[in-house]
Design a protein around this ligand. Structure first.
Ligand SMILES: Cc1ncc(COP(=O)(O)O)c(C=O)c1O
Length: 462
């Protein structure tokens, strides 16, 4: 008799070989990075906004898998939906048939964004961006795409061509032609670019994920007006900011704008199944799918798979039934108020910004001489290293998992599950207060850690 495959037993048995497996078969450099920052605590389990390590200790996850676990890890409603699909032996991916679940999810997404008409499903964020480029070119007959400095839209060729960061681009050129950048929040620069009437699409994150850069108040409405004036398709990349992250279903709702195309992914499936969705106007969509012989001119084998669609339907239910978006708005304000109140007390803490539960905590050069000397030493060794002096003790001493917002950045980004509680907000406040306080003491443990990181960096480059 065939023995049953028990994945959880396999996980338990072989977890201690992870380093060896990844070093041998996967990305060895990532193994080295994780060893250097010392984050290997052997996570065993995830539930809601928490992770549990091999000792059973609880961590508050402010990373949420880069934003996919907006409704928390392993949400029972999503799990039930997935089990139900598997238990029902549904006729998944027949391809020469129409998926019922895809129809339902599309209907529910359009109900959230009623000024758009059509949905195209994909498997990831970057696939949504690729679709947006193709649909915009097909709809306008133009080739140029404009994006913003510091944008992040993904790492496949089209989306990488709209991602300005050299760290991601170097070594992979040539990228897509006819793509150019304008500064974020610069309407005159955008107008100069669009006035040529050669631009198919302007692709923009309403709040830039790298750096948590906020739009000026009139920016997005200005973008909408300029795109309309010059016949350019306004694409809002809400892959990170959508699905309630900012305290509204879409971030653009805060500024009352209606883009021609909205890209969703990450949180859409509750984090369980890769998924993406492009929402757009019928007139745009129909220019790509314009004849029967072009019915499958763009698509992807696994898009519309039943597991992703069911997880999406369940996620929308949870957002509504558990008032998750309202919670994101309230907790976001609470966290930002608590962190902002620390600015007058800490000269290294410069700014706290965000909307809902995408929050940037920015640090910068101090004024006092002793701190300045230590800061300069660190910055000369590696720009942006200071934030590691905050995130590492947050993790080790306070069991908070957080990330630095991009290469050479002075901003730490908080991107927790939208389900965090009042107590979690207090946890964040106490932990940041303690670590930031320690970072103002020279000499002290934090700056000793800084010296170790600088020495490591020097050894690496030697
Ligand atoms: C705004 C934005 N666009 C696109 C992407 C790319 O998504 P994916 O990693 O699923 O390809 C991301 C991922 O972080 C993102 O934040």
């Amino acid at each position: 008799m065939k023995s049953k495959l028990d994945i959880s037993e396999m996980f338990a048995d072989r977890q201690f070989q992870r380093n060896a497996l990844h070093t041998r078969y996967l990305n060895e450099q990532l193994v080295r990075v994780l060893k250097t920052i010392g984050y290997d605590v052997g996570f065993q389990r995830g539930e809601g906004q928490y992770l549990y390590d091999r000792d059973g200790d609880r961590y508050l996850d402010l990373l949420s898998g880069f934003g996919v676990f907006a409704i928390g890890r392993n949400h029972p409603t999503v799990k039930d939906a997935l089990k139900s699909v598997l238990d029902s032996d549904l006729p998944n991916l027949v391809q020469l048939d129409l998926s019922t679940l895809a129809g339902i999810l599309a209907e529910r997404l359009i109900a959230q964004v009623p000024y758009l008409d059509k949905v195209f499903f994909a498997n990831s964020g970057t696939e949504c961006v690729e679709a947006a480029i193709k649909f915009s070119r097909a709809a306008t007959g133009r080739t140029q795409i404009v994006y913003c400095d510091h944008a992040y839209h993904g790492l496949s060729y089209g989306s990488l061509s709209l991602t300005g960061d050299k760290n991601f681009r170097d070594g992979f050129g040539p990228l897509l032609p006819d793509c150019s950048a304008v500064p974020f929040n610069d309407l005159p620069a955008l107008e100069r670019a669009l006035a040529t009437r050669q631009v198919a699409a302007f692709v923009v994150e309403p709040i830039q994920g790298k750096g948590v850069n906020m739009p000026d108040d009139g920016y997005l409405s200005g973008v909408a007006a300029l795109c309309k004036r010059y016949g350019t398709i306004f694409v809002a990349d809400e892959i990170q900011t959508g699905m309630g992250r900012t305290g509204r279903f879409l971030a653009v709702e805060h500024w009352n704008v209606e883009p021609d195309m909205v890209l969703l992914s990450k949180a859409l499936s509750g984090g369980h199944v890769p998924v993406g969705a492009v929402l757009t106007r019928k007139a745009i969509f129909d220019k790509t799918f314009d004849r029967m012989d072009r019915a499958v001119v763009h698509g992807s084998t696994f898009a519309k798979n039943d597991l992703a669609m069911a997880a999406g339907i369940a996620t929308l239910d949870v957002l509504k039934n558990e008032k998750v978006i309202e919670n994101a708005a309230a907790r976001g304000e609470q966290v930002m108020a608590a962190l902002s109140a620390m600015i007058p007390r800490y000269e290294l803490l410069k700014n706290v910004r965000g909307k809902g539960l995408i929050v940037g905590v920015e640090f910068g050069p101090p004024k006092s001489l002793t701190l300045k000397a230590s800061w300069n030493l660190l910055e000369t060794a590696s720009k942006g290293l200071f934030c590691q002096l905050i995130t590492i003790p947050l993790f080790k001493e306070h069991k908070i998992l957080s990330q630095v917002s991009g290469h050479a950045s002075h901003t730490i980004k908080l991107l927790p599950s939208l389900t965090i509680s009042n107590d979690d907000c207090k946890w964040i406040e106490t932990a940041f207060d303690s670590v930031i306080d320690a970072s103002h003491r020279v000499p002290g443990a934090i700056w000793s850690l800084g010296k170790t990181l600088v020495d490591n960096a020097a050894r690496k480059s030697a």
